[in-house]
Design a protein around this ligand. Structure first.
Ligand code: AMP
Ligand code: ZN
Length: 468
């Protein structure tokens, strides 16, 4: 299995730190508003990465934080006249609703920055003790030049950074030893949330959060650290500096970054007014369509959001859903149960599509090609399944499409209403059970139907049923 590693700028064979296990950390959103469709891209992409590892039999420990202390949250709280906590809790709840709509699995753990301040104070103190950080008037800075590998992720050279960083000196941060140094802890300003620390009452810088939460929930070394490409520098570069300086070992083996989502071929931003939230999209489309759209491109390619591409995605997804529904329908009406020899032989041909699917996903999670493999399988199912097929053959095709779809997080086997034929069949079974005085079985069937919203009424003309 090959993974493109930003650190080496190459596709590398994935070798886990511990056999059969993947430890993965994905930088989560800052929660001051509904998430936008750009934020949705890493959520969907890395959820799919997780699902594929699980499909391959790995046990995945997936940690993704919520940044719930930040200038933007504080600003919003002041605007609304409420606490910062009220803002972050509201938008964490809304974000979780969107994630559910996009079928993004909850992480093994979703830590909140504000609940991990103690660990951050400890790591900062440790960095000071090791000479990697220093305090000036209550602010603690990381001594960037002390960390020899600084720049290894973003492939930046310290001297280029230095000339680019000159403007920092002008902005009043001249108490730093070096313009390249970045903040680990800062003093509180009036009205801001703050915590006690050995340096001053204040709050942590953004980068230290992820170093601490990753260490606490996954350990000092992890397999994969991921996020959008804008996080490579400075966020992830700084995380590496903090974690490796504090722990004395390599932080993450593989660094994965998704490319950006643009909108109508332009950068999505508040100032351009072309900002779309996931919630807005959900009013127009099933979020499964958004998920399908995100996976229709490789995660390292820029992706453009447009009405046309969403329509194309809706059509593509429908093709798969229709095939699955058709198989379900045929299964309900199938005349024979077991597969015959010929069907057996036909079914073995599907191995080709599974190989095609896995080869695509093994090649740095090429979901676009994986979708193409599912389309090939769907075409095969449409041409080989018929009213003459056995139930077993149809079920095997059905299960396979649903299984591959599930790796991409597509919900294809919706809990559907029972087909009329299935209901009639169960009623007949119930009548037979009653005749045989097997009332327990008869009642069980009635309850099963009731659970699915079907109400039975025993009349003189026989059993009637209606939907609740
Ligand atoms: P933020 O809340 O800005 O920290 O972003 C949360 C996650 O969304 C990060 O991994 C960002 O890199 C990612 N992200 C933000 N905007 C976009 C975008 N337009 N396209 C893709 N990823 C994005
Ligand atoms: Zn982070």
């Amino acid at each position: 299995m090959k993974v493109f590693n930003t650190l080496t700028r190459r596709k590398e064979e994935f070798v886990p730190l511990e056999p059969g296990k993947v430890k993965m950390y994905v930088c989560g959103p800052t929660v001051y508003n509904f998430i936008h469709i750009g934020n949705a891209r890493p959520m969907i992409v890395f959820d799919t990465v997780r699902r594929y590892f699980e499909y391959k039999g790995y046990d995945v420990n997936y940690v993704s934080n919520f940044t719930d202390v930040d200038d933007k949250i504080i600003k919003k709280a002041i605007e609304e006249g409420v606490s910062a906590q009220e803002i972050s809790q509201r938008y964490i709840a809304e974000c979780k609703k969107d994630m559910e709509g996009m079928n993004v699995k909850p992480a093994t753990k979703h830590p909140l920055a504000t609940e991990e301040i103690c660990g951050m104070v400890e790591m900062i103190a440790d960095l000071i003790e090791k000479g990697y950080a220093y305090e000036k008037n209550g602010t603690v800075y990381f001594r960037t030049r002390r960390f020899k590998d600084y720049g290894k992720l973003s492939h930046k050279n310290l001297d280029d950074l230095r000339s680019g960083g000159r403007s920092l000196l002008v902005t009043g941060e001249d108490e730093k030893e070096d313009p390249l140094d970045f903040v680990l802890w800062k003093p509180k300003k009036e009205g801001e949330p703050a915590w006690e620390s050995p340096w001053c009452e204040g709050r942590p810088g953004w980068h230290i959060e992820c170093s601490v939460m990753s260490k606490k929930y996954l350990g000092e070394q992890i397999d994969i650290h991921a996020g959008g490409e804008d996080l490579v520098f400075p966020h992830h570069e700084n995380e590496i500096a903090q974690s490796e300086a504090a722990n004395g070992k390599e932080f993450a083996r593989y660094w994965m970054h998704n490319a950006f989502l643009n909108i109508d071929n332009r950068k999505m931003s508040k100032s351009l007014g072309n900002f779309r939230t996931v919630r807005e999209i959900s009013e127009q489309y099933d979020l499964q369509v958004l998920r399908f759209f995100m996976l229709s491109a490789h995660y390292r390619s820029p992706l453009n959001f447009s009405a046309d591409l969403m329509e194309a995605s809706a059509n593509g997804l429908e093709r798969i859903v229709n095939a699955v529904d058709n198989l379900k329908h045929l299964m309900g009406a199938a005349q024979t149960e077991a597969m015959n020899e010929a069907e057996n032989a036909t079914f073995t041909q599907t191995e080709e599509f599974v190989k095609e699917f896995e080869a695509a996903m093994d090649d740095d999670f090429n979901t676009a090609d994986a979708i193409a493999a599912i389309f090939d399988l769907v075409k095969f199912a449409n041409t080989t399944a018929s009213a003459e097929s056995s139930k077993e053959y149809l079920k095997k095709l059905f299960d396979l499409i649903v299984k591959l779809g599930d790796v991409l997080g597509l919900i294809l086997d919706k809990e559907e209403e029972l087909l009329d034929a299935d209901i009639e069949k169960l009623i007949e079974e119930r009548q037979a059970a009653r005749k045989a005085k097997d009332f327990a079985r008869a009642d069980a069937i009635r309850d099963e139907l009731l659970a699915k919203g079907i109400i039975l009424k025993d009349t003189r003309e026989g059993v009637q049923w209606k939907k609740a």
